[in-house]
Design a protein. Sequence first.
Lengths: 254, 252
Amino acid sequence: MAAKHALLLLVFLLFFQGCTAKERTLSVFAASSLREAFQDIAEEFEAQHGVRVEMNFAGSNTLRVQIEQGATADVFASASEEHILALERKGYVEQAKPFAGNRLVLIVPASNPAGIESVQDLRGDVKLVIAGEAVPAGRYAREALRSLDSVYGRGFSQEVLSRVVSNEDSVRGVLAKVALGEADAGIVYATDALAADGKVEVVELPPEAEVEPRYYVGVLANAENREAAEAFVDFLLSRRGRQILRSHGFEVVE
Amino acid sequence: MSFRLLLWACTALAASFVLLPVLAVLAGAGGIARLEQEAVAAVKLSLLTATLSTLIVAAVGTPVAYLLSRAELRLLETALSLPMVLPPAVAGIALLAAFGREGLVGRYLAEVGISLPFTTAAVVIAQSFVALPLYVRSARAGFASVSRNLEGVAYTLGAGELATFLRVTLPLAKGGILAGIVLAWSRAVGEFGATIMFAGNLAGKTQTMPLAVYSALQVSMQQALALSALLVLLSLAVLVTFEGVSRRQVNA
């Protein structure tokens, strides 16, 4: 008998939760490099608007496929133009606009087992980890290395890319492998290195490594909570939103 | 009569639940005949590593299974089954903690210049770790079904322990051993979580088929479907072979 009551209660609770969840939560899909910044932004947004924000962090390419396959999201924040514009063209996302910039850095474990001082040391016998080719951070990393061919000679990028031991599914996968000390080096965003709490050392890339990662945000065409989604984007673009982004190392226009 | 109907209704439901997604994969992949170079490399790597893992598991697991079938070692048996119930991601973390460059054992291996993570060897280690308990359990059951009297007869006829094991016990336990090999091999081919964490994801070196499917899905559903279809067919072949082998066992 008690079990029966418990079951009824459970059904009731699930039903009740389902009802409230629909009205008061906002689903945000964001590039994994945005994790800490968006957690802060969501916290303030929740306090201001009384809306619960649910986050889904992954590589922007993964999020794009999830959205194409029917995942329900209200806001999509992508680490590259490519993935969000593709969704906009297909009508999944509306009014995609840039909101922040970032830059790439080379990172090594705090113990720096391979003794890497500059990007040129990647030519040696090192275990390099980068993000996969479809992941924005992986594409930017390859572009950066290729642009260095003009400095260190043709074949430089090819040589360095032959040192890659793993293509991670998001930039945070790269960060984890380096922070753990399993890889000798990785290429991530400057903001990721900041988020690693001293477990990694930053080695700056030379200025010739010209890539300008840009973050874009848009509201989903079939957003269940359009009003809140637009408010979230507005907050992101507001002075306060930009302030939070800047405090996490992102580049934002004044 | 109505009970019969209920049985059939449940069976129909279960069958469509299992077959629908499988058919959806095959239907979705229909348009794509061309497999990327990376996919071919993944298939080769999967076949190679899963076979190696199975050989290792069988070599190490057979004596263990025999011992477990002849001695009461409950605690050891439970401990050895652990990888079977561990979430694969935990298995990956555990392997890193043990054999990673800064791991418990790995740091000493690193001193003599051996680094396991991100190597094909790491793939084999991950697969062996999760496949070993499946093999041991199945082989153990096979050995347990062999009557000790038969072994006793062999001894009285003058056969040594090793000779008895090789010529009497092992052939009689064949059913459980073969089933264990198939189970271990399919688990090894399907291994994903521990592999991606411990061995990384590099085409041709550590990217096995499940990792290739996962990576493909990050680009497009189409590519993932094509690869998945291949995995479905491969699994089906294993299953059919297994059924065939076990049927022959029963008839023999």
